[in-house]
Design a protein around this ligand. Structure first.
Ligand SMILES: NC(=O)c1ccc[n+]([C@@H]2O[C@H](COP(=O)([O-])OP(=O)(O)OC[C@H]3O[C@@H](n4cnc5c(N)ncnc54)[C@H](OP(=O)(O)O)[C@@H]3O)[C@@H](O)[C@H]2O)c1
Length: 251
């Protein structure tokens, strides 16, 4: 019988974007399930605060900028063997077409697409992934499933991540390593709070009515699926994208 438990005792999971939102919740849930969590982000203060909140004692913090290829290589060198990797670090910025410039495109690509690819490549090169480990990439419904205003570059990076995941899954399958995307719709996080700063409470409430389940998501809604993919319960899922959107794209 397959292992359907979320008992991660003895497992080591690397989480990028650990200092905030979805990544932070995934760290909390992985630690609660018994994993040793390695948290990566830029904001050392927030990462240290999270470290104190985690259950268990041997978690680690890595600080640095994922736009920096050398940082990615160095960070990988210091890692132990991993059972799971969650790439949640991402940049969400709304920019209408007429204001897009090369610097903006480069920044979005560097964080949302280049970094997860380079990190996975470095982990492979340095043989840091255990056989049967599981990789989860945070994509979005925005990009492949739907578009949204002023979100074309973001959507392009997240759509590309799903394409990358498919081909990468074929290479990784040779060592029984799985890679999948999660594609959420709107989730309340520190990141989306910044984007919504200039939107009225009434407009947000009205927007939530567009969701058949009547609300935006929470980081816990996404973390639950992530732990499923990291666990033995997801052992025959690879190259897939799982949509978590309160029914938004079912319409
Ligand atoms: N929230 C949503 O509605 C939603 C919907 C669909 C998809 N997603 C995706 O889900 C992921 C998490 O979203 P979220 O809402 O939790 O985001 P968030 O609250 O804005 O957190 C983003 C995280 O990414 C890290 N990060 C950003 N740039 C980085 C860089 N250059 N180097 C290292 N770390 C960097 C941040 O770390 P520091 O602050 O420490 O630098 C932070 O921990 C993102 O990939 C996002 O695109 C989110």
């Amino acid at each position: 019988m397959a292992d359907y438990t979320y008992n991660f005792t003895g497992k080591t999971i690397l989480v990028t974007g650990a200092s905030s939102g979805i990544g932070k919740q995934i760290c909390l849930d992985c630690a609660e399930a018994g994993a040793t969590v390695i948290m990566l982000g830029r904001d050392e203060e927030r990462l240290k605060q999270l470290l104190y909140q985690l259950e268990g004692g041997s978690h680690q913090v890595i600080t640095g900028d994922l736009k920096d290829e050398q940082f990615i290589e160095r960070a990988c060198q210091g890692l132990p063997l991993l059972d799971g990797v969650v790439q949640s670090a991402g940049l969400m910025k709304l920019v209408p077409l007429k204001f897009i410039n090369a610097a903006f495109i480069d920044e979005m690509l560097a964080v949302n697409l280049r970094a997860p690819i380079l990190l996975l490549s470095a982990l492979q090169k340095q043989k840091k992934l255990k056989p049967a480990s599981s990789i989860v990439l945070l994509s979005s419904v925005n990009g492949v499933a739907v578009g949204s205003l002023a979100n074309s570059v973001y959507g392009a990076t997240k759509g590309a991540l799903q394409s990358f995941c498919k081909s990468a899954s074929l290479e990784l399958a040779k060592t029984n390593i799985r890679i999948n995307c999660i594609a959420p719709a709107m989730v309340n996080t520190e990141g989306t709070a910044k984007i919504s700063e200039h939107v009225s409470a009434e407009a947000i409430e009205a927007d939530q009515k567009n969701y058949p389940l009547g609300r935006y998501g929470t980081p816990a809604d996404i973390a639950g699926c992530c732990l499923f993919l990291l666990s033995g319960a997801g052992s025959w899922i690879t190259g897939s994208t799982i949509t978590i959107d309160g029914g938004f794209t079912a319409q």
